[in-house]
Design a protein around this ligand. Structure first.
Ligand code: ADE
Length: 224
């Protein structure tokens, strides 16, 4: 899968997308993430990509022309399944959307901008608008990194143990059960006995009942 991210702040995305599982997925050829500086598509001699809003509000608005040029250039090279815009007023991102997007071949993510983008971009170029939660970030770059991370780890082979993506919190609308590692006892704090029993069926039953208990206590909304 290929993800093209269009941003005015490429340096904000380079590091989170080039570590750990995301790095390995790219090294293995499972994912190709390309970051594009929107200023490279400006025709302005100062590489400007924003301007004052019509109607006289405060703050600068991302212009339609450089965004259209960036998206058109990418579209000339391949067909895109989705062109996503990150914005606090988009649909709220969740595991189901991550699953759906992880099955796509090519995606563009246009990072939102402090004071917004010319609405014609949203009307004519964008196919999906996504928020990562009900709070306002300084821009859409961190949201693009979150979305890319959640999608790429789901690509088969990206995570060493493929089972582990399936047993994530939220995959079956349940929070994940607790996990423990050695030592079995530390300062008198003990690992639940059943996990040391080697009895697979009992362990699975324990994991499920813990998942249900944690979900009921912490996220009852997921059980509805
Ligand atoms: N840009 C600013 N805030 C955002 C949010 N919560 N989600 C996605 N993009 C954003």
């Amino acid at each position: 899968m290929r993800i093209d991210i269009i941003t005015v702040l490429p340096e904000m995305l380079n590091s989170p997308l080039s570590c750990s599982i995301l790095k390995r997925a790219q090294d293995k050829g499972l994912a190709d993430i390309q970051i594009h500086n929107l200023r490279d598509y400006s025709t302005n001699k100062h590489r400007r990509v924003d301007d004052y809003p019509f109607g006289g509000e405060a703050g600068m608005v991302l212009q339609v022309e450089p965004v259209d040029r960036a998206i058109s250039t990418l579209k000339e090279q391949r067909t895109y399944d989705e062109i996503i815009y990150t914005s606090p007023d988009g649909e709220t991102f969740n595991q189901k959307i991550a699953n759906t997007l992880s099955l796509k071949e090519n995606i563009i993510i246009l990072c939102g901008h402090y004071k917004g983008i010319d609405y014609r971009i949203r009307e004519h170029l964008i196919t999906r608008e996504i928020s990562i939660g009900d709070y306002v970030l300084t821009g859409g770059e961190l949201a693009a990194a979150v979305i890319s991370d959640a999608i790429i780890r789901l690509i088969p082979g990206a995570i060493g143990d493929e089972q582990s993506a399936l047993s994530d919190s939220f995959q079956d609308n349940l929070l994940a059960p607790p996990v423990y590692t050695r030592p079995a006892e530390y300062k008198g704090w003990k690992v639940p006995e059943v996990l040391l029993s080697g009895h697979e069926q009992k362990i699975n039953e324990w994991k499920h009942s813990e998942a249900v208990e944690r979900t009921t206590r912490l996220r009852p909304d997921l059980l509805k």
